[in-house]
Design a protein around this ligand. Structure first.
Ligand code: DGP
Length: 122
């Protein structure tokens, strides 16, 4: 994982250097509340391994890690009871995807209607 920055904020959360509001954890994934929530439910699900993007995780992650990640996302939607009314999953990747933190994270947003997916620009 040559281009993985071990000093990124989510790596520090995984090492216990920064506190987090954990919603769910399993062997390969951690879910915690976003520090700047944009909806009543705004949880970030991250793999515990050093993956920067979705494509890094898809390419280099193990089947066990992939399964644990999917299970963690489902556990979050169950924990916050957003399944019935619906929710949105977002993964920002790289510059065009407007990814700020260079450790793969999936946003789980719900608890209110979250609006159209993208704003028209220009
Ligand atoms: P993105 O733009 O997709 O890379 O989203 C990064 C998210 O991470 C953003 O919604 C704010 C959140 N975030 C940044 N720093 C922290 C932190 O220290 N703790 C928590 N819980 N969330 C953070």
């Amino acid at each position: 994982m040559a281009d993985y920055d071990k000093g990124n904020i989510f790596a520090r959360i995984l090492r216990g250097e920064i506190p987090n509001d954990t919603v769910f954890e399993n062997a390969h994934a951690l879910a915690f509340r976003d520090i700047q929530p944009q909806a009543p439910t705004h949880v970030l699900v991250i793999p515990k391994g050093p993956y920067r993007t979705w494509h890094d995780f898809a390419r280099d992650g193990t089947a066990a890690e992939h399964s644990a990640f999917v299970q963690a996302v489902a556990a979050v939607t169950t924990a916050d009871s957003v399944e019935a009314d619906g929710y949105r999953l977002i993964v920002n990747n790289g510059d065009n995807g407007h990814q700020d933190v260079p450790h793969l994270h999936m946003h789980v947003l719900g608890g209110r209607p979250v609006g159209p997916m993208l704003k028209r620009q220009g």
